[in-house]
Write a protein that binds this ligand. Structure first.
Ligand code: GLN
Length: 246
């Protein structure tokens, strides 16, 4: 069995080492004896996105986002087809915004999104930055998610989209409604850098399990020794709690 991961725009959308998320997914699969192929997909590349079990894209400055957005619009049909076939998508910050209807930047440019997700984004003068702690909505047990955010865009979810997490500390999607990210079927968007999956192993395995479902009915992911991952996770939870109390 081989898991195919497509990394969209690795040269253009790459802030805060977002590519580390691909490494985390690859390693967590390989440690369970699953072969992984990672393909870089750049601007102008004509690929069948439905071949991929998981597509990843990182964040970027507004200007870089514009370049990626033009290409993503050309790949729109291929992306919709892939998602319809069960491909998992993880999009961080700038690329998360591009999966929605549009992003109106702080300078008044309107970047068209692919409209895969029921959301839109408006840029604000004050950037929303700092550590984030949230509670994931995707499990039937309580689990925190941690990361770091830095965005001018305020994202608002429509009724067709549900948040990935509720904000315990930090700004999340817009600093107003207490929501962070989006989880819509197999499509996930988040403002969290970090790289987010390094400190949130349950989220990483959730994505892997969904992606493997395209290959096998009952994906089996034996537990890993995640002591370092949880240590980093809990350290951030404690640091945030400590700063709030100060
Ligand atoms: N340029 C976008 C914003 O500022 C995304 C930033 C990012 O990906 N970190 O909102």
């Amino acid at each position: 069995m081989k898991l195919k991961i497509g990394h969209l725009y690795p040269d253009v959308l790459e802030v805060y080492s977002d590519r580390g998320n691909v490494t985390v997914l690859q390693k967590r699969a390989e440690w369970r004896g699953i072969d992984v192929q990672v393909d870089r997909i750049g601007i102008g590349d004509d690929v069948n996105l439905a071949e991929y079990d998981l597509l990843f894209a990182g964040g970027g400055e507004d200007r870089e986002q514009m370049r990626a957005a033009e290409d993503l619009l050309r790949k729109r049909d291929a992306l919709l087809k892939a998602v319809a076939s069960g491909t998992v998508v993880l999009a961080i910050c700038g690329s998360y915004q591009l999966l929605g209807r549009y992003f109106e930047t702080v300078n008044g440019h309107r970047i068209e999104g692919v409209g895969l997700l029921d959301l839109y984004t408006i840029g604000g003068r004050r950037r929303l930055t700092g550590n984030v702690v949230g509670k994931l909505t995707i499990f039937d047990f309580e689990c925190t998610v941690v990361g770091y955010e830095n965005h001018s865009g305020r994202t608002y979810l429509g009724s067709g989209a549900a948040p990935l997490a509720t904000v315990v500390s930090g700004h999340g999607n817009n600093g107003e409604d207490g929501w962070e990210g989006v989880a819509q079927g197999t499509v996930f968007g988040t403002y969290l850098h970090g790289p987010v999956l390094a400190k949130n192993p349950l989220l990483a395995d959730h994505l892997l399990r969904l992606a493997l479902k395209r290959r096998t009915d009952r994906p089996h992911l034996p537990p890993l020794d995640d002591e370092w991952e949880w240590t980093a996770h809990e350290r951030l939870v404690r640091r945030v709690a400590h700063m709030e109390a100060a």
